[in-house]
Design a protein around this ligand. Sequence first.
Ligand code: ASP
Ligand code: MG
Length: 418
Amino acid sequence: MIIYKFGGATIRSADAVKNLANIVRSYDQKLVVVVSAMAKTTNAMEEVVYLYFNRKDPSEAVLKVKNFHYSVLNELFPDHSHNVYKRIGGLFDELEKKLQSDPGLNYDFEYDQIICYGELLSTVIVSEYLSDEGIRNTWKDIRKALKTDNTYREAKVDWEVSGELVKKEFVFRDTDILITQGFIAATVNNLTTTLGREGSDYTAAILASLLDADQVVIWKDVPGVLNADPKWFDDTILIEHISYRDAIELAYYGVGVIHPRTIQPLKNKDIKLYVRSFIEPDKPGTLISNQEYQKLIPSFIFRVGQVLLSISSKDFSFIYEENLELILGIFARNKLRINLMQNSAVCFQVCVNNDKTKLPAVVKDLEDHFTVSWTNNLELITIRYYDDTTIARVLINKEKILEQRSKNTIQMVVRDMG
Ligand code: ASP
Ligand code: MG
């Protein structure tokens, strides 16, 4: 049994759903298909949540989501008496009923109860379309099996309970294909939760681990894991093989293709992960596995819009453990991720994203105890498997402000002079 995961971009239109069907059709053994919401539906649903929670009229925002899905339906199912219209209509009715009730006080809770419709809609469409194409499959509501705690929007998986339920629910009875939702789950009381944005790769990894799958394939709109974002380099290289360890490191430094939490469950059970192109499904893509590879291609990760904060003690005393605990606590409480940190005797420097709400909150808290100064408009460049040539290449027209090196990785905070 293997797991396929299709993200929003791979099902962004009726044509993309047809393409998905072709990919699924060409595999003839047991298959679990994890699907996320179509195109940018989750963003559109976030707008609905925002309006609902703030007691503003969400109907126009809902209409946008509706129009998009019905335009896809019209293309895929010209016969309007098709059962899919009843099912999709039913989901929108449920959603609208929810939106007519009064919102509770917990934003994150309300978010999860509403945002889940993106995945419910997409999986119903995919499942019905596959059936129409003669590809027999069973639609599964993952919330019956994947159980989490009640940390809404960032729910933690209950591995024990989920393990039992997933093995019971995800059995192949009448069909060899099961279709289910990424990203969403539920508490033991059946209230919907989510695993964090972009969480459906993680869902695929969880199911793979619980069901002892042979492999996971994440279908993407890129050829696989590239050594740099094509946005920055026009001569990017496809990395054909990469170890779990390197994949985790790259995800940590900001390679967007792999969701950081996806690797761990797979690594623990030695389940291979492929990242492949849904545009060129015959190409092998990238294989992520336990094997360490000798031929190491340098990878480049660029983060722009960085801010370097310099935090020093007001009385010129040293930055010791107690201060560090205080400083890091402030970042953790405000959920602002530190991209790089460096310590000297009386100054602690951190590089962070220029987050319009979290950063001012952090600075305010820090200023109760420390003197804080900052520099805006910087870039953070990370090179894994660096050498002098690769460093020289990224430093053209840049002024280097800070540097940190380990054996395999260099990180530089730079200012663009070009
Ligand atoms: N649909 C969710 C999101 O856009 C989950 C995912 O795509 O992985 O964040
Ligand atoms: Mg998505």
